[in-house]
Design a protein around this ligand. Structure first.
Ligand SMILES: Cc1cc2nc3c(=O)[nH]c(=O)nc-3n(C[C@H](O)[C@H](O)[C@H](O)COP(=O)(O)O)c2cc1C
Length: 173
């Protein structure tokens, strides 16, 4: 898949078909996400795939940011001990959040390449989801990614124009 098309066409999907996603595809999404860059190459992440209906229902209950139960959820947690050891103190306030976000985006692009929709979710009760998925310190839940098939097209929300967001200080020719 053309990288620019994947970047441009990826949308946050919030309405999925009930069709199941093959475990091999979910594994492949995590397999690609683990190639994402991390601060000091710390790779302090832990990925959890959830397709069990009872777990999905409970997660949705504790997630204001998920409106409708998806067929699958990928939870991304970061290990604060590994991150601290590899990166130092900056990891705990800063880089673990970047690392989790980059991994979530890599996973969303691989989902796109596989013909799946996804949506990054930050709005969820971290304590409740940690308890549900047995995520214990030093692991900290960071983001989730809903995953599944969807019908038709999801409209692109307004994006700010290049001229609005780009400032250039160019070398004189
Ligand atoms: C860090 C982060 C957290 C997000 N959290 C949520 C969320 O909790 N619920 C949700 O529906 N969408 C969430 N989104 C998706 C954004 O709302 C979405 O990316 C934005 O509206 C732009 O739409 P697009 O992804 O289709 O370009 C999140 C996105 C990011 C990057």
């Amino acid at each position: 898949m053309d990288i620019e098309a994947a970047i441009k066409n990826r949308r946050s999907v919030r309405n999925y078909l009930s069709k199941k996603v093959a475990i091999s595809e979910l594994e492949r999404i995590v397999d690609m996400a683990r190639y994402a860059p991390t601060s000091s190459n710390s790779q302090a992440w832990k990925f959890q795939i959830v397709t069990d209906d009872a777990y999905l229902k409970d997660i949705v209950t504790f997630s204001a940011g998920i409106w409708k139960k998806p067929p699958a959820i990928l939870a991304i947690s970061m290990d604060r001990d590994i991150a601290l050891k590899r990166t130092g103190k900056q990891a705990l306030e800063e880089t673990i959040y970047y690392d989790a976000g980059i991994a979530a985006y890599a996973a969303s692009l691989e989902a796109q390449a596989l013909g799946l929709g996804s949506c990054i979710i930050a709005s969820f009760n971290k304590k409740a989801v940690a308890a549900l998925l047995a995520i214990e310190p030093p692991l900290e839940p960071m983001l989730m990614l809903t995953l599944g098939y969807f019908m038709g097209e999801v409209k692109m929300p307004a994006k700010r124009g290049l001229n609005e967001v780009l400032d250039m200080r160019l070398a004189k020719e």
